[in-house]
Design a protein around this ligand. Sequence first.
Ligand SMILES: Nc1ncnc2c1ncn2[C@@H]1O[C@H](COP(=O)(O)OP(=O)(O)OP(=O)(O)O)[C@@H](O)[C@H]1O
Length: 460
Amino acid sequence: MVRGEVLADRYHLRRAVGQGGTGVVYEAWDRALERRVAVKVLHERVGMSAAEAAGRLLREVRALGRVNHPAVVSLYDAGITDERPYLVMEWLDGFDLAQLRAALGGRLRDLAAALTLPLVEGLRAIHQAGVLHRDIKPSNIRVTHAGRVVLCDLGLARISGDTSLTRTGQLTGTPRYLAPEMIRGEPPTPASDYYGLGLCLREVLTDRQVFAEHEGVAVMMWKAVNEGVEPIDAASLAGIVPGKLVDLVNGWCARDPAQRPIATDAILEGLTAEAPDRSLGGLIAMVEDDAEPLALEIPGNLDDPLVPGGSSPDPQPAPPDARRDRTLTGSFPASSSMLSLGDVTQALVLHRITPRNAVSRLREAVGMVQRGEHREALDLLATIGTVGAERLGPGDPTTLTARFWQAVCLARLGSGEEALALLATVNAHTEPATPPDDGEPTPAPESASASEENEKGEPV
Ligand SMILES: Nc1ncnc2c1ncn2[C@@H]1O[C@H](COP(=O)(O)OP(=O)(O)OP(=O)(O)O)[C@@H](O)[C@H]1O
């Protein structure tokens, strides 16, 4: 399964956003409904026939399809391709909890109550539908630009195979969030999901993982089963995190499943009282605003890429890692997944563009143009251009670069005249450019580095 492939004659796989123990997640374009989706192609199951895999998938997706809650990712479609099951889900922009913690560290603690409430509501909805999540961990919790907290990947552990110790140890890489009873080989229950949730929230509260990585998988598992997780001292967080929330998290981390509180109405009411303002909308902006702004330059030759239907070669997109590194600098770990602006058509996202984050948004938009997503990029570029003109000035490089790429999109979409008019306003602020000898368009700085990176043959 590779980027660029069209799955089931419908889902155009644009880029891999992450690879885990159960499969690879792609950002994809649903050609039938013309919308962005997430496609997870599960790893091949050794020792399982195609018929078995299909049967298992069907049984499970029926169950997953019953869950309908804003804090739970929506499943759109599922199937089997090349004997490998795949699931099509709603695309969730933003970041996963591991990325957020890596970027914000202890600052995430202030939002612990606001994060916990939707997660508990989502988990409750999953359990009420008769389903178990089975794999709650930070990379399976996403927070979108609009502040939606969403549980992903539910039930996948089951679809992709059993949840035995060996499989988990071998395939999911870390059993850190696996409940002790599951490690012992007992069947999971709702309490096992609360254990995973407890460990995720414990990380938010303490800003560290529960078992030291260097100790290795075997020691980690032994400790989970025999020693359990050390409770957080509520006094150490007094005045920062509500004591009741700390107690709840400690309870969920209990070794004995019977000790883990299953969410009741009373628990949810208590959490609601602790998080009266449930808005997490500013969270992603906080991460993005932390990124150092990067300088952008206007490409020297502004003409060739604007020829409608012209002969300029399609620029190559940069590999995810390279794009990520350029989007967020410094504060992000190399191991985290690709960042994405997400659904640019949402006004909420568009209007959150500030002069401070305009550059990183611009890089995202240029990435979209390079991937051929002209219509989506157009909205975003127009907004960046407007915000830039108003707040940074019409001659600011960010404003001009946004206008330039906006013109590229217009031209590619067939609005040549509009593109040329826009280009004229850009040219009014720049020196006349000398066309290169070979007549090839001079790539923007992003394109230049993208082609270099692609020459290395890295998958996008
Ligand atoms: N519906 C979605 N929309 C956008 N991104 C998603 C979606 N589902 C998962 N992701 C993201 O894709 C990345 C990879 O997810 P994946 O589930 O493959 O990794 P993982 O959880 O580490 O592995 P696994 O659960 O398979 O062991 C994560 O950052 C995850 O948050």
